[in-house]
Design a protein around this ligand. Structure first.
Ligand SMILES: [Fe+2]
Length: 191
């Protein structure tokens, strides 16, 4: 889910749902799951979500160490591990990917809403892209109304964010794995 997980208080009524994953690096005792294991086409897929700590204004535990811990816990019972690293700083995301290279099959970044052009297979076989981008209004400031966003920066006064309208775009990434779960191809999607 990322940094807006707790934005609406109603989330506390259903955060424990098996198909919801909030960042794993919240302190122990916080409600919800930081990872899950799902079955798809006979494969067991582990999904982990983490929050970065650079310019995120959230006081979380160390995502690098927490992720290593979770992977060592679930490695034996999963065929594929996918990590969504929800973070602002490209350097933190790239460092994280190298730290986790070989431990997860796929690592992708989210949060900046802007797709990066650096998809690659890291030396130990992990497929990686710094940010898969967003799905939302195309003519916008990362999804928000242009006028309201510009006003915030020009005046430096708080301005209520509004979701932009108009034509939408869809960003993402297709990771193609072989029968042994090794990555064959990474393809960026931008419709
Ligand atoms: Fe975010």
């Amino acid at each position: 889910m990322g940094n807006h997980t707790w934005g609406k208080k109603e989330i506390f009524c259903f955060i424990d749902h098996k198909q919801l994953i909030r960042p794993a690096n919240y302190p122990e005792g916080v409600k919800g799951n930081g990872y899950g294991i799902y079955e798809c086409k006979g494969k067991k897929i582990g999904i982990i979500n983490l929050l970065g700590r650079t310019n995120m204004n959230v006081l979380t535990e160390n995502p690098f160490l927490i992720c290593k811990e979770i992977v060592s816990k679930i490695k034996q019972e999963t065929d594929i591990i996918i990590v969504d690293f929800h973070a602002e700083a490209t350097a933190e995301k790239i460092a994280f990917a190298h730290f986790m290279d070989g431990s997860a099959n796929i690592i992708f970044g989210t949060h900046t809403h802007v797709q990066t052009a650096d998809e690659r297979i890291l030396p130990k076989g992990t497929a990686y892209i710094t940010d898969i981008g967003m799905t939302g209004p195309k003519d916008s400031v990362i999804g928000m109304d242009i006028e309201a966003s510009v006003k915030r920066f020009v005046t430096t006064l708080p301005e209520k964010y509004k979701v932009a309208e108009g034509e939408s775009m869809l960003n993402g990434c297709i990771f193609d794995l072989d029968e042994n779960n090794n990555i064959k191809e990474i393809k960026r999607v931008n419709y």
